[in-house]
Ligand binder design. Structure first.
Ligand SMILES: *Cc1c(COP(=O)(O)O)cnc(C)c1O
Length: 387
């Protein structure tokens, strides 16, 4: 690995950044440093590690690698996406105000409305596609704009560059939850964002076998505060979990290419199906955010949502009638998943203004044979409309 990593391509960094062969043994794969503490040669003298909550070599490898992929100076791996989101929200003082998209991950909304709101944080959901609406919702105490693009579950696209300019002109931070896109498809810091957040549980891990989170930034002061919060609260991932995410990242680029190709085909087939209402996929030319997505993303991602004609009952039947698409929460792994956001991932929004259409289904299109996936969805739609 050359010293100047900045010239290297994404795939090379994904496989090598932060992961030189082990100095002690030559092991090609970064060892799992399963230890809680580290020997000191004299008081305060050590090799950069003193206690496993503060830092761990396997975690450092993951942090270095993922920060490189996000083109960030600093990165911190967390025990879950939610603990990463929580650390970023804790940057705000009581009484501060936050603007967020009105189509956000249910767990982020729950954390804001039931935990941070009690600690004095105020927030308003807005339509992030509409810059005039964002500006109109601005308050003198607004300190942060929280962006998910593509959003969850209706895959709306926000113009990250324009929102960063708007936020910076008003002395606020722009945060992007980049879980759906991954750094392979979208690098928010290059578009002007201050902080990127991930649930590494999804595409970065990629195999449905680990829970993890990440925060990346190039602002030294923000990085220092995030590290302080993480070490103080103890929201750290295990060395084994860091190893699993690192292993997943090595194949991220090839997986994302196939996720995108399979999802595009699924979206196309659903658009033509008589029992499907609306199809939400940023790769469709008629999608409202298609042009912005084309400009700020390398591909349109592996998530597709659609409404089933005839309402919730038929949607529920489709969700439980597939055989290759597994009915489950989560997303971003090799196997295809189907879910009903209103009752599953977004149930915590069901009494709020952000409630999701009960006829909506969300697909995480995996890496199985595309013809098998299409036949599976057609079959489930047939079952739902046969009675
Ligand atoms: C899953 C997810 C989270 C939460 O991450 P966990 O790893 O489940 O804690 C946050 N944001 C988005 C967009 C997600 O999909």
């Amino acid at each position: 690995m050359p010293d100047d990593e900045s010239q290297l391509g994404f795939e090379t960094l994904a496989i090598h950044a932060g992961q030189p062969p082990d100095q002690a043994t030559g092991a090609v794969v970064t060892p799992i440093a399963q230890t809680s503490t580290f020997a000191q040669s004299s008081v305060g003298e050590h090799q950069g590690y003193d206690y496993g909550r503060t830092a761990n070599p396997t975690r450092t490898a993951l942090e270095t690698c993922l920060a490189a992929l996000e083109v960030a100076m600093y990165g911190r791996a967390f025990s879950s996406g939610m603990s990463a989101v929580d650390a970023v929200l804790r940057l705000l003082d009581p009484g501060a105000h936050l603007l967020m998209g009105n189509d956000v991950y249910g767990g982020t909304y729950r954390l804001l409305s039931q935990v941070h709101a009690r600690a004095g944080l105020r927030f308003d959901p807005v339509s992030l596609e509409d810059l005039a609406e964002v500006a109109a919702a601005w308050q003198s105490s607004t300190r942060m704009v929280w962006v998910e693009s593509p959003s969850n579950p209706t895959l709306r696209i926000a113009d990250i560059t324009a929102l960063a300019e708007l936020a910076h002109a008003r002395d606020a931070l722009l945060v992007v939850d980049n879980t759906f896109a991954t750094p392979y498809l979208q690098q928010p810091l290059l578009l002007g964002a201050d902080i990127v957040v991930h649930s590494t549980t999804k595409y970065l891990g990629g195999h449905s076998d680990v829970i993890g989170g990440f925060v990346a930034t190039s602002d030294e002061e923000l990085s220092r505060r995030i590290a302080f919060l993480q070490n103080t609260v103890g929201a750290v991932p295990s060395p084994f979990d860091c190893f699993l995410v690192l292993r997943g990242i090595k194949t991220l680029a090839v997986r994302m290419e196939r996720h995108c190709a399979n999802a595009a085909r699924v979206a196309e087939v659903l658009c033509e199906h008589p029992n499907v209402g609306r199809v939400y996929y940023p790769g469709l030319p008629e999608h409202g955010g298609h042009d912005v997505a084309r400009a700020q993303m390398r591909g349109f991602g592996g998530m597709v949502s659609f409404t089933v004609r005839g309402g919730e009952a038929r949607a529920l039947t489709v969700a439980s009638s597939t055989s290759i698409f597994t009915l489950a929460e989560s997303l971003g792994a090799v196997e295809s998943l189907i879910e009903h956001p209103h009752r599953m991932t977004h149930a915590s929004l069901s009494d709020s203004m952000l409630a999701v259409d009960p006829s909506l289904l969300r697909l995480s299109v995996g890496l199985e044979d595309i013809d098998d996936l299409i036949a599976d969805l057609r079959g489930a739609l047939d079952i739902a409309f046969s009675g």
